[in-house]
Write a protein that binds this ligand. Structure first.
Ligand SMILES: C[S@@+](CC[C@H](N)C(=O)[O-])C[C@H]1O[C@@H](n2cnc3c(N)ncnc32)[C@H](O)[C@@H]1O
Length: 286
């Protein structure tokens, strides 16, 4: 709260409040404080913030589709399935979508953020068949320990990999798929950009539309609202979130030797962006 002191206006002879902000003292202190707080990403904060944020209806629908895609491509496997989850984050998907799957699941989650992984593991303590590895998803060789996988998923993962590493990430994903296995990516694609200013516009247009739709659909908490705006910021300045247009993704898939077999657009369900390839997609590929 600003501190108030009272000043007398000489001309009008009345008492005016003078606002003295607590931080308006030595300038150096202000900039130090800004350094500590500004520009922080939700991926550097307590994992529960991300975990809460992701529990919104729009994300749940997207995860439902990821599960449907897995189920469709593994319908004949009744003895169980082996799933690799690259950039698994706080483990929302295994915790809520895989824990009671119709057949036994051997699950391996990989993430580079140890505190997210600890959170994921803590929340799945009773499931010793669900393993977590802390490593770079573009380099990890989970197949050395666990063999190849029936399914490899990457939900909101590709856009966290720096542009120059994206093809390596996809090649590594491919290297973990067994013959006849299926890959499922859930990804957000933005409008194309050629410089930082266009990237900022592309990212903020995407998230301002997304946030408005989420708020129209459901009441969200202050933490969720904060996290959504943090994503808008990260996407716009391309820090931690390196979202790209669909065309760049399609090219990277080709370079990695992966073939898209189906894609489902989940949001938006109208033509507001003019480009139908902007939005949330679940992509099935081999
Ligand atoms: C948006 S979260 C997605 C988490 C989870 N898949 C989900 O859908 O909720 C992106 C995750 O990618 C992780 N990440 C970023 N770069 C990575 C890398 N090179 N290797 C492994 N994980 C990475 C982050 O730590 C973060 O947990």
């Amino acid at each position: 709260m600003p501190m108030l002191s009272i000043l007398r206006d000489r001309k009008l002879g009345r008492l005016l409040p003078k606002v003295r902000y607590p931080y308006a003292q030595p300038y150096v202190k202000l900039s130090q404080r800004a350094d500590e707080t500004q520009g922080k990403s939700i991926y550097e904060m307590d994992p529960s913030i991300y975990d809460q944020y992701i529990c919104i209806d729009m994300e749940k629908r997207n995860f439902d589709q990821v599960l449907s895609s897995i189920a469709k491509h593994t319908a004949k496997k009744n003895e169980g399935i082996k799933i690799l989850d690259l950039c698994c984050g706080t483990g929302i998907f295994p915790r809520y979508w895989l824990a009671d799957y119709r057949v036994p699941v051997t699950y391996v989650g990989v993430d580079i953020n140890l505190s997210f992984l600890e959170f994921a593991a803590r929340n799945m303590q009773s499931r010793h068949d669900f393993k977590f590895i802390c490593e770079d998803a573009a380099k990890v060789r989970a197949d050395k320990k666990f063999g190849k996988f029936d399914v490899v998923i990457a939900t909101s993962a590709y856009h966290h990999i720096k542009d120059e590493e994206k093809v390596n990430f996809l090649k590594n994903l491919k290297g973990h798929l067994r013959r006849g296995g299926i890959g499922v990516i859930y990804e957000k694609f933005v409008a194309s950009f050629h410089d930082p200013a266009e990237a900022a516009k592309s990212g903020s247009d995407f998230y301002s539309q997304r946030i408005a739709d989420i708020m129209k659909e459901q009441k969200i908490s202050e933490t969720q609202l904060f996290a959504l705006h943090n994503e808008l910021y990260l996407t716009s300045v391309r820090k931690d979130e390196y979202k790209v247009p669909y065309a760049r993704f399609a090219l990277d898939m080709e370079k990695a030797g992966l073939k898209i077999v189906n894609e489902i657009k989940l949001w938006p369900n109208d033509e507001r962006f003019n480009d139908p390839k902007i939005g949330d997609f679940v992509i099935e590929f081999r």
